[in-house]
Ligand binder design. Structure first.
Ligand code: ADP
Ligand code: ZN
Ligand code: ZN
Length: 739
């Protein structure tokens, strides 16, 4: 019988499998597809996944190396998840080995056993005597035995330190047969008769009809888009549908955006259910993540909640997937495997034949388009659940008005009035730091980043200039580096400057800043929110971090300092993002007795999209934006893939993309593909970043099928291209960011 050849997917960017012989002494019958193996790879050792066992290899027999070690008797990844990974690798044109590696928890990638951590417990052995004569000269062992005896349910291994029990003494006691070790697995969570730990709220008529529509789609694939204004009770609808899923003996997977402002949503789930909840977000360490993943896989966790990558959590009894804030950009991974967790979640729901619910106050154009074309059922919640009213919007034209640290005089008056009425103000400015640039008033020098085509931001507090694109930091100069003049002026305003100015204008109230610079510490955030919750007048200043998660019922004025960036950006998605941000920030404010007011400063106060948004609301805006995209032939009315390249020398990246473009043109002809356009190559909008020159080539297609036929062959051709060695290149299918 010929030697077994193992075809293994390795965490490598190369889109192919690698052949090995079986590890010495491992019989063919022990090699199950999906199992992990350690293999030699060049000078390194990698952990790969067995895809199949065959008899033939293209590689000459004397070049085939044996794998070093088989790590699993069975695949740690259940078939359903394996299928999802295959689909993902295909769709995003990413190597299968790398995709599988992304999908596995870090510890499994590193070779940890794929088993729930077993806990050791130490017990007194049957018949052991505390005054055993063998211990007469071993006071430490005697003491240890006494301590163990005081714990009739045993002492968990991890408590040994706290109880001052040394492993050595216990080991000796174990040898003498005086203590015994028990291995306990996590118990499967019990089936509950009552899953509720607190009563549910009675749903209002809108919530009820949405929940009924979704319930009618249970038990098979159905996609729903729940478009409900902020505070309309979407979460309450999720919770009740999850309860029904649990009652049916199934598991629910809930994806949430990257959490900035602490675990409020999580707390709500934990309060509601008598259920085992597995958490998979950035605050969870690798060990906890593996345990959560295994618990979900083995059906021991009932609800799985996590950010983007939690999408790849296997479930034994999947019943429902929920994507909260489906429009959020954090669902798209921007490096490596550039997947969109929302889009993949729909694929997964389809593969597993279960319903999926996408929720948002500001649905993405993609999801609205899917709803319009009948792929998703669209459900609306128009009213705020607690009875609060929608905020009123005012556009404030600041053309030719002086701005005082970014704040116009009428805006200052509105803030003053709100504070005088004993209420709170939220000032929104999506720009960190003190000012976006430092300018020499004498010679015109600007604080440019030495490594990027970008200006460095002034951070006054720390006395630094920082590049927000590459992280480069310099001390803020006191003299102009060019002419030595001392008249250096910060131009424009960021949150730090707004905070400082507001503190001077309104010294009687606290001014609290919320952005990535101010909130790195969790406790700082908590105390800040406590101050806000107490309700005394104050001003909150912050970036989009303010738009996520929290409710500020006492805020009655939302001051948006700058909406212009979203109106004249080169990125066709900028207006959508701006609208979502404005609506999300606005939705943080106001409650029943005190409806909120939102004032938007703009130099383009009459821009049709801004008018539409503020006068007729997000959905009118979205219709307008969609019809503009349709006539311009932009997504979701076409499909894009972006090939990016970067290199140390100017021209190198573009040279590679020129070659790539030629190769694509050949393939388009050869495969007789129609409706495909190649745009570029062009330098990236920010040509130099972190010292590298960047260029890009955009592929635009009317339909997905020809696009994907092209991409498959194209990527294999690019891997062979010599020009590709000197550049870093990557493909982004359905890019959400063209920069
Ligand atoms: P969303 O997820 O749409 O932002 P939430 O579910 O967080 O909305 O609800 C907003 C507020 O309204 C919460 O305080 C919630 O407790 C309350 N709420 C939700 N549904 C109801 C209901 N049916 N009756 C009364 N209050 C509700
Ligand atoms: Zn100068
Ligand atoms: Zn830089």
């Amino acid at each position: 019988m010929p030697d077994a050849i193992l075809r293994i997917a390795l965490p490598s960017p190369l889109r192919r499998l690698f052949d090995y012989r079986a590890p010495p002494g491992v019989p063919r019958s022990a090699l199950q597809p999906g199992a992990r193996l350690r293999v030699p790879f060049g000078r390194r050792e990698l952990i790969g996944i067995l895809i199949e066992v065959t008899d033939h290899s293209e590689v000459p027999a004397d070049k085939l190396k044996p794998a070093r070690q088989l790590l699993d008797a069975q695949s740690p990844l259940p078939p359903a998840l394996f299928k999802l990974c295959l689909w993902t690798a295909q769709y995003y044109q990413h190597s299968l080995g790398d995709t599988l590696s992304w999908a596995l928890p870090v510890l499994l990638r590193q070779g940890e056993p794929a088993e729930v951590r077993q806990q050791r417990f130490w017990h007194l052995a049957a018949g052991a005597q505390l005054d055993d004569p063998r211990l007469s000269r071993a006071p430490r062992q005697r003491e240890a035995l006494q301590t163990i005896a005081q714990h009739p349910h045993g002492v968990a291994q991890q408590l040994l330190g706290q109880l001052q029990l040394s492993r050595e003494s216990l080991g000796l006691l174990h040898e003498k047969g005086l203590v015994r070790i028990e291995i306990r697995r996590h118990a499967a969570s019990e089936r509950h008769l009552n899953w509720l730990a607190e009563p549910e709220l009675p749903l209002n008529p809108e919530q009820r009809s949405a929940a009924e529509a979704i319930r009618a789609g249970f038990g098979r694939f159905n996609a729903f888009l729940l478009a409900g204004v902020t505070g309309s009770g979407k979460t309450e609808v999720y919770l009740q549908l999850i309860r029904e899923t649990l009652e049916a003996g199934k598991q629910a997977l809930v994806l949430i955006p990257e959490i900035n402002l602490g675990p409020q949503t999580l707390a709500r789930f934990e309060r509601r259910f008598n259920a085992r909840i597995a958490l998979l977000h950035s605050g969870v360490n690798d060990r906890e993540r593996l345990d959560a993943w295994l618990a979900a896989r083995d059906g021991e966790a009932d609800i799985i909640i996590g950010t983007r990558s939690a999408l790849f959590t296997p479930m034994q009894r999947p019943g429902l997937i929920i994507i909260d804030e489906e429009h959020d950009a954090s669902y798209k991974q921007q490096e490596g495997l550039r997947y969109h967790a929302r889009d993949l979640a729909v694929v997964r729901a389809h593969q597993e034949n279960i319903p999926i619910l996408l929720g948002s106050a500001t649905p993405s154009m993609e999801s609205l388009h899917n709803a319009h074309s009948g792929r998703y059922a669209l459900l609306h919640l128009h009213q705020r659940a607690g009875g609060a009213q929608q905020p009123r919007f005012l556009r404030l034209d600041v053309k030719s008005r002086p701005l005082d640290s970014g704040i116009s005089a009428p805006m200052q008056q509105a803030i003053a009035q709100t504070l005088a009425a004993g209420q709170q103000v939220l000032v929104f400015l999506n720009r960190r730091g003190f000012a976006p640039t430092l300018l020499c008033h004498d010679c015109g020098w600007l604080s440019e980043c030495p490594r990027c085509d970008a200006r460095m931001t002034v951070h006054q507090r720390s006395g630094e200039l920082r590049c927000h694109h590459c992280g480069h930091v310099e001390r803020q100069p006191s003299n102009c580096p060019t002419c030595n003049n001392v008249d250096l002026r910060p131009v424009g305003a960021g949150t730090e400057r707004a905070e400082e100015r507001l503190g001077i204008l309104f010294p009687q109230v606290p001014v609290l800043r919320v952005d990535r610079d101010s909130t790195s510490r969790k406790e700082a955030m908590t105390s800040l929110f406590n101050t806000v919750q107490r309700g005394a007048p104050c001003i909150l200043v912050g970036t989009q971090m303010l738009a996520k998660g929290h409710h500020f019922p006492r805020v009655t004025l939302v001051a948006i300092l700058d909406a212009d960036g979203g109106l004249f950006s080169a990125d066709f998605r900028a207006s959508e993002r701006m609208a979502q941000l404005i609506v999300q920030v606005a939705g943080r404010a106001g409650r029943a007795e005190e409806p909120g007011k939102v004032i938007i400063q703009s130099h383009l106060a009459d821009h049709p999209l801004l008018v539409q948004l503020t006068e007729q609301g997000y959905f009118a805006f979205a219709e307008q934006a969609l019809s503009e995209r349709r006539s311009a032939g932009l997504p979701p009315f076409c499909h894009l893939a972006l090939l990016r390249a970067e290199a140390h020398k100017p021209g190198q990246a573009e040279g590679f993309l020129d070659e790539a473009c030629n190769a694509a043109e050949l393939l388009v002809n050869e495969l007789k593909l129609s409706g495909i356009e190649l745009l570029g190559p062009v330098p990236a909008p920010m040509e130099r970043r972190a010292g590298r020159y960047r260029a890009q080539l955009l592929v635009q297609a009317n339909a997905r099928a020809p696009l994907h036929r092209l991409l498959g062959s194209w990527m294999l051709a690019l891997e062979q291209m010599p020009g590709g060695r000197a550049v870093r290149w990557s493909l982004d299918v359905d890019p959400i960011d063209l920069f």
